[in-house]
Design a protein. Structure first.
Length: 220
């Protein structure tokens, strides 16, 4: 009986090692326009990338509201708002000052304030992603703050200083130029919305290579 237990433990350990190797061998997933995420498959979609309409308030936030229909969300969207269907719901995501106006929708989150880098103008990039267990992003930075809102599942946000475990309903704000990587841990697919507000004269993201990427801290 003892020998059988040892054999089973050995097999289990081999399975864990194989699973970890498969995870490490998976290519890092990058965002693109009209990715498979739009069809309910694994992917990361750039929903919008456009200059913020000004003048901006002194302090800005990311407002997330839900609507019953995409038509209503689009009607309510201002110049700095993005309406979309994602993760089984209809969302309106707006960059604006601190306000209690939910544009006719149901309030989900008020995230900020966001500290912007010095720049002549700013561009907002809004993303929606749906990732499987073991999926990860490249190690990268942004030329402005990035905000995550987790709709479903769980992920680890790895940085040089710490790993941040983000569960459904939670959000996180990353400062400009912070080196980071997202890694999905949940068995169920992780769905998330994200915003990057960056210097319009700079690319939104910069991927690091295996030669210049620092060590990332995993979640415990």
């Amino acid at each position: 009986m003892k020998e059988i237990s040892i054999i089973l433990l050995f097999i289990f350990a081999l399975c864990e090692i194989a699973s970890a190797q498969n995870t490490q061998n998976r290519s890092a997933l990058k965002c693109a326009e009209d990715s498979p995420e739009r069809r309910g498959e694994e992917g990361c979609t750039i929903l919008a990338s456009r200059p913020l309409s000004g003048p901006l308030p002194g302090t800005i936030y990311w407002h997330i509201d839900r609507f019953d229909s995409l038509e209503d969300a689009k009607k309510a969207a201002g110049p700095n708002g993005v309406a979309t269907e994602a993760h089984g719901g209809v969302w309106l995501m707006t960059v604006e000052g601190k306000t209690k106006d939910h544009h006719g929708g149901r309030h989900v989150a008020l995230i900020g304030p966001l500290t912007l880098p010095a720049a002549e103008g700013y561009t907002m990039r809004v993303q929606s992603s749906l990732l499987k267990q073991g999926a990860s992003t490249p190690i990268h930075t942004h030329s402005g703050p990035e905000v995550f809102y987790i709709v479903s599942g769980e992920q680890c946000l790895e940085t040089q200083k710490a790993g941040h475990r983000l569960k459904s309903g939670k959000f996180f704000v990353l400062a400009t130029d912070v080196v980071h990587r997202g890694r999905v841990q949940s068995v169920n697919m992780r769905g998330a919305l994200a915003l990057i507000v960056h210097d319009s004269k700079q690319p939104a993201s910069h991927d690091l290579t295996e030669y210049d990427a620092p060590l990332m801290m995993a979640c415990r």
